[in-house]
Design a binder for this molecule. Structure first.
Ligand code: CA
Length: 744
């Protein structure tokens, strides 16, 4: 079988040269949109599958193929725990780089590769797909869906993609601009493409990996921050025809319910005009198929707007926000749901990776679902009926005191309610755990979990407080809280609040105890892989790719990548050699780190650069990375205009409403998107053309002429200049502390 596969591959590889996109170098400013990299027929008849021949039976038995990584979370159970043992506690010190590949991007990389029969399929930025020889890195084919670059402005959390699904000779990918595309696994040729978006005027995006089962492809979307209504759709894997669609929140009450579950949900939304703002509930990450019950579990996101007082002023749980919903995989009919955060008020999505397991709970073998959503509690749920079995805190939590196991509901802590007065809340909107995958070690009864303590100040939207009216702003964040005012957090109350920190925890989901904890100075770290070899692998913000002893948390091996990592590692074995691989590159949803206050927490991507690379390791690997260069982060001297504090305050608010979602709070970039304080005078001269004429559209910096006028751009520009000046003076020791905010 493998012989035939490789003959086919050789032919494919020879012809792939013509189609391959350049993998070299980061995108230059102003680079034009790349064209299609393959012959793009709208409809090509399905060819006989030649490689990537994965079907339901094979994924069902993925455990019997430890050398492959057949699905997003390795198997349908998505435990991300590999039975491979060649690389183990005793010899991991000999692990070395086998090869690496520069992916031609300096933006975040989040993908989990799929490895099947010697080929690795993975995605990089702008939803580009690559198929490479998994032992050498040689490109077999690449596919670029040519996402229009203005989508860079329409994505809350960078132009990322978390991966493909491979099924019956096809590769499925969701594009940032909302298309679901089926490619021929052998050639990368597009077979079909469908538009999954119900309203192109809203900023819907896809960053998640599709899942496949029972001849269907399942995909959701993101966009709740901008104001959209969430849903998940099942498509026929062969034809792309829609099979079913499940909305997660009710729509316009004057229109009929799309399905009976929406009638049930609508009773929990009271007052307000959530359907105009969007409602939220996007399913942007976790979708898990359960062959035991033929269920499809979807992890539902936060409300839109975030604040429930605006979204649903009459109260109510606002189903199915922040819920795990079990749907019949064939019909999309709901079997059960469990809501982690009724009446979500904090961006507490339940989209984080879900894993399935058979575990002994209270003396009985139980089929459980495990999830650590943003809200800080680790849920163990009986997947036969949705009953809550455990909900222990896995990080510091102050929004609720505990989860009542009788009612299944959180008991909110009134002291941290922010309706009247701004409050620090833990976890903040990045969650105590985000999409960075955990690994489940069923034999040890442990979960290896990337967690964080990372608070944010929440305060109600000022306009709403004054007038009682909240108006949707098309094309920008619609949170219902004072995003501009968040700048205040850099000057107020700091002393009372914990320093943001990251953790890798070996956590017992049944008892809530930590077996061991590794503290990481920066909070925004990578996903996790555990192995029977006794190892836990994780890449972190500081640039270290580390193998920990899974029993003690002791560091057994480290490799300095000189850049930051978010993506989860995977492992596979080909021709008797075990490989461990990880994609590098920082960014994603982290807009809050700015420049780390404490130098020990400075991300490697800020010090050396943000390098989008695929790294593959094996025992005895001898490859080395290019010598790292330290970035020049000297803030240039500024030419300051004579502007009033009021004008700077207006500029500050505009900056945070329009620019901060990518360029970072108080004009300090989180590292992957250009830091505006570092602009040289030449760039300052063309600031208006960049913002209003789309001069750097090719990078995703599309024109804001639909939302901003020249006077506003000048205000933003003055604010950035003053912030740069303040930080420069501080760094030179000419000033004790920068002023940071002009808002009152
Ligand atoms: Ca969100």
């Amino acid at each position: 079988m493998r012989g035939i596969i490789w003959i086919v591959l050789a032919v494919v590889a020879a012809t792939a040269v013509y189609f391959a996109v350049s993998d070299k170098g980061p995108q230059a400013p102003g680079q034009s949109t790349p064209g299609e990299s393959v012959t793009a027929a709208d409809s090509v008849s399905a060819t006989e599958p030649t490689i990537g021949l994965i079907d339901d039976a094979r994924i069902n038995n993925a455990a019997s193929e430890p050398g492959n990584w057949l699905a997003y979370g390795r198997t349908y159970e998505e435990q991300r725990f590999s039975p491979l043992t060649q690389v183990n506690k005793d010899n991991v010190g000999e692990l070395g780089l086998a090869w690496f590949k520069d992916m031609g991007t300096n933006r975040a990389q989040e993908a989990t590769p799929i490895v099947v029969d010697g080929i690795m399929f993975f995605t990089t930025t702008w939803s580009r797909v690559h198929a490479v020889n998994a032992t050498t890195g040689e490109t077999l084919w690449s596919y670029d869906p040519a996402v229009p670059r203005e989508w860079g402005r329409r994505a809350c959390c960078d132009v990322v993609n978390r991966g493909v699904a491979v099924y019956k000779g096809r590769v499925y990918v969701g594009s940032l601009d909302g298309r679901l595309i089926a490619l021929d696994a052998a050639s990368g040729e597009r077979i079909w493409e469908i538009d999954t978006i119900i309203d192109r005027d809203r900023y819907y995006t896809i960053t998640g990996a599709p899942r496949v089962a029972n001849g269907k492809v399942f995909i959701g979307n993101g966009g709740a921050e901008f104001g959209v209504r969430g849903y998940v759709t099942a498509y026929d894997a062969d034809t792309g025809d829609q099979v079913w669609r499940f909305f997660t929140v009710p729509g316009d009450p004057s229109l009929p319910f799309e399905h009976p579950e929406m009638e049930q949900a609508a009773k929990t939304w009271k007052g307000g005009n959530w359907w105009e703002i969007g409602g939220g509930g996007t399913v942007w990450n976790s979708i898990v198929y359960d062959p035991d019950f033929n269920n499809l579990y979807i992890g539902v996101g936060n409300g839109s707007p975030w604040t429930r007082a605006i979204r649903s002023p009459g109260g109510g749980d606002n189903l199915f926000l922040s819920s795990i919903v079990a749907l019949d995989a064939d019909t999309g009919v709901m079997n059960w749901y469990y809501q982690t955060t009724p009446g979500d008020n904090w961006d507490y999505t339940a989209v984080q990776d879900m894993a399935l397991a058979d575990m002994e709970v209270d003396g009985e073998m139980t089929k459980v679902l495990l999830q650590a959503p943003k809200n800080g509690f680790f849920y163990v749920i009986d997947r036969s009926n949705g009953k809550l079995l455990r909900a222990n805190p896995y990080a510091t939590v102050n929004w609720a005191t505990h989860i009542d196991l009788e009612t299944g509901r959180p008991v909110e802590n009134k002291e941290f309610d922010y309706l009247e007065k701004e409050k620090w809340v833990l976890p903040g909107p990045l969650g105590a755990h985000n999409w960075q995958a955990m690994s489940v070690d069923v034999d040890a009864g442990l979960v290896y979990l990337p967690a964080q303590d990372n608070p944010l100040i929440y305060g109600m939207n000022k306009e709403w407080k004054k007038t009682g009216v909240y108006k949707r702003n098309p094309g920008r964040f619609n949170l219902g809280l004072e995003f501009g005012g968040i700048a205040q957090l850099f000057v107020d109350n700091i002393a009372d609040q914990p320093t943001p920190k990251g953790y890798l925890k070996a956590f017992d989901p049944l008892t809530g105890e930590d077996r061991w904890v590794v503290e990481i100075p920066h909070y925004w770290n990578g996903g996790v892989l555990g192995t029977t070899g006794g190892l836990v692998f994780q890449g972190d913000a500081l640039g270290m790719f580390t193998a920990y002893d899974k029993e003690t948390g002791e560091t057994l091996w480290q490799f300095n990548t000189y850049t930051s990592m978010l993506a989860p590692p995977i492992t596979f074995q080909i021709d008797g050699v075990q490989y461990v691989s990880i994609l590098t590159g920082n960014g994603g949803g982290d807009l809050f780190s700015g420049e780390a206050m404490d130098p020990v927490a400075m991300p490697a991507s800020s010090i050396y650069g943000n390098y989008g690379r695929l790294l593959v390791f094996k025992l005895g690997g001898l490859e080395t990375l290019p010598e790292p260069l330290v970035r020049d982060t000297t803030i240039p001297e500024q030419i300051l205009a004579d502007v009033s504090k009021e004008e700077l305050g207006r500029g500050e608010k505009l900056y945070h409403d329009f620019c901060a979602p990518c360029h970072g709070l108080i004009a300090r970039s989180a590292g992957s998107i250009p830091d505006l304080r570092l602009m040289n005078e030449g760039t300052h001269q063309i600031f208006n053309q960049i913002v209003l004429e789309g001069l750097l559209k090719g990078n995703g910096m599309a024109s804001f002429d639909d939302a901003l006028v020249a006077d506003d751009v000048e205000r933003i520009h003055n604010y950035v200049r003053v912030r740069a000046h303040e930080d420069r003076e501080y760094s030179l020791g000419n000033k004790e502390a920068p002023q940071l905010t002009w808002l009152n």
